[in-house]
Ligand binder design. Structure first.
Ligand code: GRF
Length: 273
């Protein structure tokens, strides 16, 4: 655009003597040119030049992945989901493909060892062809495999997971039944940085709800899943804006603009539903 503008100005200068009235038109070009360039730059920015390339890893239905995709495809949000990786033929891959996202199934049985499996995943997350130069953030969304310490170290501070309990309570599976069995008055979900321990990394944010006397594991699961779909995009957005960072074992929150979502992530680690 800039080159075209310069050529136009040169052309006008050459023609100036032979075309009466062009001289005053030149002033218009000097004014309109910079304004057009500013508008062009802003439009370019809004359409993703600053997007943060993100991969999602799933094992199952992918409802959290879908919530992340819905969020990321809004024009004013920073994350751009470039790849969805599954450790098998997960139903969520079809949802991602329908959104036009690249998908990759890497079934664990196709690899001789966990090391080889993770090497293939890492290749996928870092190759140009699949991720436009390597992903900056990774969201585990129902990815049902423990990742090795080496893999976690490679993506330290850049890989997050959502878990359906108020961590550190109820790690692992059957979290809703565990909450009922423990007589918990509140239950909820957590987003945390991923470390090699199961559901063990530093917690970034949580949302909670009251457990009702007549709740079953299924009824709790449904309500908590609703909270997950709100919380996970919010945290991904904040990560992409650089508002959440991991310093050693400590999560640092910075407040800042997050269009359409909670703007202050500094104080409430737990938000009431
Ligand atoms: C969610 O409850 C998530 O918290 C847990 O696994 C479940 C995945 O569900 N890690 P979905 O595949 O996102 O629907």
């Amino acid at each position: 655009f800039f080159c075209l503008l310069v050529l136009l100005l040169l052309w006008c200068r050459l023609m100036r003597s032979s075309l009466p009235g062009v001289r005053s038109g030149l002033w218009g070009i000097w004014l309109i040119g910079p304004a057009a360039m500013t508008g062009f730059s802003l439009t370019h920015y809004q359409h993703g030049i600053e997007d943060v390339k993100t991969a999602v890893m799933i094992s199952g239905r992918g409802s959290n992945m879908a919530a992340l995709l819905d969020y990321a495809t809004q024009p004013e949000t920073r994350p751009e989901i470039v790849l969805v990786v599954a450790d098998g033929p997960a139903p969520g891959l079809d949802i991602a493909a329908r959104h036009g996202i690249k998908t990759l199934a890497l079934p664990r049985p196709d690899f001789a060892s966990r090391r080889d499996h993770e090497a293939a995943i890492k290749d996928a997350l870092t190759t140009d062809a699949l991720t436009k130069g390597g992903v900056e953030l990774i969201c585990l969304a129902g990815y049902m495999r423990l990742l090795s310490a080496d893999f976690c170290r490679d993506f330290e501070g850049r890989m997050i997971n959502i878990h359906p309990s108020l961590l550190p309570l109820h790690k692992g599976l059957d979290t809703h039944q565990k909450a009922i069995d423990a007589g918990d008055a509140v239950h909820g979900c957590s987003v945390h940085f991923v470390t090699a321990g199961m559901d063990d990394g530093p917690v970034i944010a949580q949302r909670q709800l009251a457990v009702h006397a007549d709740d079953t594991a299924d009824s709790l699961a449904g309500r908590v899943l609703g909270l997950e779909h709100q919380l996970y995009p919010l945290v991904l957005g904040a990560m992409a804006e650089g508002l959440i960072t991991l310093k050693g074992e400590t999560v640092e929150h910075r407040s800042g603009p997050l269009p359409g979502v909670i703007t202050d992530l500094t104080s409430p680690l737990t938000w009431q539903a």
